[in-house]
Every structure is written in C-alpha cells, then in structure tokens.
Design a protein around this ligand. Structure first.
Ligand SMILES: [Zn+2]
Length: 555
C-alpha cells in the first residue's frame, strides 16, 4: 500500500456536475480517495499517514483528457515510409518538408526512384492528400515516374493505395481481378487505385512485412504515446486494432503500454470483419477470451465496423446531390446489406459497437442498421456509437437520440479542412456544416470529440478540438462556419472527459475527478472556462497524472 498523497491546485474542475469545483484531491493506490478541500477531507487525513504535494498549487486540474479514437501504432509505422504529405513532419527518418503540390509529390518519388531505377525493392510512400494535390494519383502517372521500379503510395488517411505497373505485378492483380474498390480506367485497364479496406487489404499484402516489423511498431507506439501525453491525454482507444493480426498487435501493445514509463492507458477496439472471417460464429466468445487478460492500463473493448470512406481522402458517401465532381465515394469492406448480419452476433452478445460513418448517406444507413438491430434484439444502454459523424443533418441527430445512439465526432476538419473541401468536395453549405455538435447538443445526444490521430491531417490536441467546437473559425482565420453548430466551453470540455468516457464505456472509472475513480489528471497552466475562447487552444499542458504518478510535459 502506498501513502495517501494529496494534490492541491488553484482549482480542480471535477466534471462532476454535482460538485464541479474543488481544490484538493487525495490519491492512494492509483485511485481517488477524496475530493474537496483540505478541510473537507480531514477525516481521511486524521486517520492516514499522508503527504501534501503542492507542486500544482498554482495550476488547474482536470480529469485526464480522453481521445476516444486514435491509431497510434499504425500511423507511427506509416511515418517510416517515404513521406509525400502536405504537412511538415518529424518522423522516424528525421524532418520531412510538407509537399503542397502534385508536381512536388511526383518529383520526390522520381528522385527516390532514380537512385536505383532497376531495383525491385518497392518504394513505399505515405501521405498523399487528394483534396490538396488535385485528385487521386493513378497508374499511368506513376509509370511516368518509373516504369521499372515498383511504386506503392498511400493517402494520408489510409483509405486509398495507388500502385504503378511493376507494383501491380507484385501485388498480383490484373484486369481479370474483380474486387470492390480495385478500380479501372474507362478502357477497362486497372488504373492502379485500391479504395477502402477490402481492396487496400489486398494492396497491403506485400507491405505487411514493413508495417509489422516489431521494432518499428514499438518505436512508433512510444513516440506517438509521448505526443499524446504532451497534449494532455491519459486514455485513448485504438479504433482499428488487429489490422496486422491480433496476436502481433496485442503482443506489441502489452510490451509497450504495460511499461510503467508509458504515459497512457489504452483500449484496443478490434475490427469486426477480420474477426468474423477468422472465427465465424465464435468471434464474440473469442473476444471475451481476449478480454479476460484486460488490465487497468490495457484493455480490449467492443468491436469496430467501417461503413464508408474518409473525409480528407474524399471517399465518404454523400446523399443527393453528391460530390461537386460527380464521383460516388466508397463503402467499407462489408457490403451494406451484409453489415446487419455481421454486427448482430456482437450486438446480441452485449458488445458495444463502434460504427464508422463519415458521410450523410452512410449516417442514414447506419441509423437504419441500429433500428434493425433494436428490432431484432432490443437493448438499453447499448452505446452504439457513430464514429466521425462528419457530414450529417439535424434530423439524423434527432433519430440518433431516439435510437439511443452516441456520436464520437472528428470536429478538427471544421477548422483544418472545411474550406478546402468546400472548393474540391462538397460545396460550401455542406462543408461548413461539418461536425454538427450544436444539433447533437440540442437533441440531447451524448458525444465525444476525437482526433483520429495520426491518420488524418490534423493534430492530436483535445484543447484544439474544444476551441474549434466553441468558435468554429475556418483556416482563413475569420470565417465562422455554421455558427448554430457551436457549443459552449463546458459541453466541449465534457466531450474530452466525462462524455468521452461514456462513449467508450469507461465512465465508471474515468472522465471525472470523483471518489473511487482512477487518479488520472490533466494539469493546465490556465482554465479554459476563464480565458478568452480564442486562447483555449494555446493553453499549455503542464503535466498529466496517471494513477497518481505525475508525467511532466517537456517544453
Ligand atoms: Zn479512425
């Protein structure tokens, strides 16, 4: 047993609405023993040996921030590829300058290819941004870069792979291959594009060895974990666990996350389709077996389904009138008519389902799914969560409430991408209504904010998400996007703490500074409730505390 430790603060925002403010929190064995003032916790202090730790006495303490949707391990591995993204990056290969034009991307690929044009070692490149770089790459264009060296490229949001001719040979597909998402030119030749999970899984086969290198994976997790800690995060959920194999990824996470020096707790949310393919009807009981070795720090949780494409990669599915240029977007790996059957065993077994839906057509279909699941097997407190919820309509928020669903929203795109996609994707009206948090709040839907880091072109920063939710200022620094979808500071802070905990089924032990919960805190220099809203994103995270143990943020 450890000694009772009391952290004092300028004040504590508990996110317990009944007792919202405190200025001391007593911690023992990683849990919270008492919250209030030194006077109100006197009964404990008189009985227990204790220390008063006043290192945060001029700071503001919040419950540990939660980012309920990230991809730390996968993205960290992708960062080891040749970088062709538009943002400057500090990756495992050092500093990479962002490439802001299509020509710059092709030039960089050519420079790499020309170093050894006859090599059969594929060039693996990651980070393409079709909205900014002028549409998806295609085979002939990459053959012009090199017709001899295999080239494999992936979009930043990893929903699209494009290969040149030598790489198509390695992947082993040709014009006779008939798989959803393996695309063709009008003349019937393969155009090199693999879109969404069914097709990209095939394109990934020759690359798995690179991605599943345990050394690369462990280094990626450590680096991404530290980045998340600096942003104030103490708990995150990996929302595509198992893509490279459950055993490999679970082993990797156990080794890294269970290390006392790793600053985060993690949930691993497995993808449903590969589980179904491997375990069939036994998949839910297989998951239960995995969950038997859950710990306070690392836990397998729920199940994830991907129903459509990506916002930044412009593959999400839109209702009428569709995209400006008439392209259709893509569904996920599982055909929509098969999703209900794929989800039902997990639903009946009581699992929480996380269902990726970016476009308004997909949100509609996903609401239909939830309704069908409820008809087949009624459930209360099921916490079916729509992940991303990027483009939606007010009536969909109302229906989501009626069906008892939740939303985990990526609202970063409002600031970072909406104007770009107004021009190249959806038009201004739908782009400005990205992430309708105001509608969710009006209907009483519980929602969380997430980053999807780092598989989209936005930072990991819960305070930035809060600032965007409150102000909705576009990248031009002046346009307020859909002002009726703004929310207040308290609601936004809830969406990165207690409501985020609810959305990933962990509000019993996470999300607020309450007696009995884990002693996970985020320590800020200033209080988001007190500064000018425009400054919320600039508030410095001073430290995090995980199970009572402080992790100071390096400057
Ligand atoms: Zn994701």
């Amino acid at each position: 047993m450890t000694k009772l430790t009391v952290f004092t603060a300028k004040h504590i925002r508990t996110m317990d609405a009944g007792r919202p403010l405190a200025d001391a929190v007593a911690v023992k064995d990683g849990r919270i023993v008492s919250v209030g003032t030194l006077a109100t916790m006197r009964n404990w202090l008189d009985r227990e040996e204790h220390v008063i730790d006043d290192r945060f006495s001029d700071k503001v303490i919040f419950p540990g921030f939660i980012d309920p949707h990230t991809h730390l391990q996968a993205s960290g591995s992708l960062m080891g590829m040749t970088y062709i993204g538009p943002l400057d990056q500090n990756g495992p290969n050092g500093f990479d300058e962002g490439l802001t034009s299509r020509q710059a991307v092709l030039d960089k690929l050519k420079r790499v290819a020309d170093q050894d044009p006859m090599s059969q070692d594929p060039i693996l490149a990651w980070g393409f941004d079709p909205a900014l770089h002028g549409g998806q790459l295609h085979r002939d264009e990459l053959d012009a870069v090199s017709a001899t060296r295999p080239i494999w490229t992936m979009t930043y949001a990893p929903h699209v792979v494009v290969a040149n001719s030598p790489m198509l040979d390695i992947i082993g597909v040709d014009e006779t291959t008939n798989v959803y998402g393996i695309e063709k030119y009008d003349d019937g030749r393969l155009n090199g594009q693999f879109i969404e999970l069914g097709a990209t899984t095939i394109a990934l086969r020759p690359v798995v060895g690179f991605l599943a290198d345990p050394k690369r994976g462990a280094a990626a997790l450590w680096a991404q974990g530290r980045t998340a800690q600096k942003a104030g995060i103490t708990l995150t959920a990996d929302m595509a666990f198992g893509k490279l194999g459950i055993d490999y990824e679970l082993g990797l996470h156990k080794k890294v996350v269970e290390d006392d020096a790793f600053p985060l707790r993690m949930l691993l949310v497995p993808l449903g389709p590969p589980l179904n393919a491997q375990h069939g009807a036994e998949a839910p009981s297989y998951l239960r077996k995995l969950m038997a070795s859950n710990t306070d720090k690392l836990a397998v949780h729920g199940v994830k389904f991907i129903n459509d494409g990506s916002y930044p990669a412009q593959t999400l599915r839109l209702r009428y009138p569709g995209y400006l240029d008439g392209h259709k977007g893509h569904r996920g790996e599982t055909p929509w008519e098969d999703l209900w059957g794929a989800m039902l065993p997990y639903w009946k077994a009581g699992f929480q389902i996380h269902s990726h839906a970016n476009g308004d057509e997909t949100v509609e279909m996903t609401l239909d799914l939830l309704e069908q699941l409820q008809l087949a097997h009624p459930r209360f407190d099921h916490r079916f969560t729509i992940e991303h919820y990027c483009l939606s309509t007010p009536d969909q928020a109302r229906r989501l409430k009626a069906l008892g669903g939740l939303a985990s929203v990526n609202n970063m795109f409002v600031h970072y991408r909406a104007l770009l996609h107004a021009d190249s994707g959806f038009g201004f009206d739908r782009a400005e209504a990205t992430a309708r948090l105001g509608s969710l709040e009006r209907e009483g839907v519980v929602f969380a904010l997430h980053s999807d880091f780092s598989l989209v072109l936005t930072p990991i920063s819960p305070l930035t998400a809060v600032w965007i939710a409150v102000e909705r200022i576009a990248l031009d620094g002046k346009t307020v996007l859909a002002p009726g979808e703004r929310i207040g500071v308290d609601r936004a802070m809830r969406a990165i703490t207690i409501d985020a905990a609810h959305v990933i089924g962990r509000d019993r032990v996470h999300g607020s500074v309450e007696v009995g919960k884990y002693a996970d805190f985020t320590v800020l220099d200033e209080d988001p409730y007190e500064v000018e809203p425009a400054r919320i994103r600039d508030i410095r995270v001073h430290a995090t505390v995980l199970g009572g143990k402080p992790f100071l943020t390096e400057n």
